[in-house]
Design a binder for this molecule. Sequence first.
Ligand code: PLP
Length: 388
Amino acid sequence: MKNNKFETEAVRTQLERTQYLEHSSPLYLTSSFVFEDAEDMRASFAEEKDRNIYSRYSNPNSSEFIEKVCKMEGAESGFAFASGMAAVFSTFAALLDSGDHIISAKSIFGSTHSLFTQFFPKWNISTSYFDIDNLERVEELVQSNTKVIYAESPTNPGVDILDLEALGIIAKKHGLILIIDNCFASPYLQQPIKFGADLVIHSGTKLMDGQGRVLAGITVGSFELIDKIYRFSRITGPALSPFNAWVLSKSLETLALRVDRHCSNALQLATFLEDHSKVNWVKYPFLKSHPKYELAKKQMKAGGCVVAFEVKGGLEAGKKFFDGIQLLSLSANLGDSRSIVTHPASTTHSKLSAEERESVGISDGMVRVSVGLEHVDDIIRDIEQALG
Ligand SMILES: *Cc1c(COP(=O)(O)O)cnc(C)c1O
């Protein structure tokens, strides 16, 4: 059937059944594929046929995962990677030449920031940064060698919201490729291609798997751009393993259900924290107090799994809070069924200077909670007792 809803495609997008008529997709743990005869082999290598040759290029399990994500994001094509960072790196490496320039939001994932600052300069690729609240600045940063605009929304760990449509208009006007890392929202909550993005990147490690098991990444977008990324990736070898692809495709069957619960738990926790005497501020995109509440409602179906707040009393109070946590996990991941609390200033963002942290909205007492799927009463009870 055509024109199915998101949830239906998530469950029903599936490889063709084999002769065994299995109900659930089998796992194709194979590095290579065989040919019928010499002519089949020649035609396959000449790309006259669309078929699997070697799992560095393509594999049925990866193809199923890619097709699902393409349907979810409204994209034509995609390539699946061994991690989110492999997706980020390979996407840029495939599209950029030496001498090119990137315009990136300031508040981006830490390893992506390190890629721009520590490694791309080696290949003469430079990056300029803009504040997500100052999109006029983006046009001022455009140079003759600019090729890409890069951003995330909601941002990590500050859960700020960026106007994707406005950024899409700027990218189109200047003929730039707009790449959005959509991993915080998941394709269930937000589809950046609708707002003008050319490519969407995900770390499948987060909400897509949602159970903290596998690393994965994916980039989706137009046939033309993905073909460039495919040509680069089939040679350099960042491909996703068939096993992880199989796990992820299964995970996506429950994405909508899981993310709905993540979001309702997160909103309840955020609402609880807003009235708490030991909390200075709370940030969650679907709280009316969020500075971009209206924009979040326009772009996203719900607020996501991450709540940020500041404990009164700075670093010392923050440490006490973390030592008081009993049920939730102290970890750096997010989008897991298990709730996770993180202290960005001393962990994920400790390599930034105090001023850099300040400029992306990370204070010493700031706590980031990735709200999981435990009963919300227990999540709130643990945080309440740790604040006490
Ligand atoms: C985790 C994350 C990545 C990197 O993904 P990995 O799978 O850990 O390599 C990229 N972007 C964002 C926003 C992330 O949260």
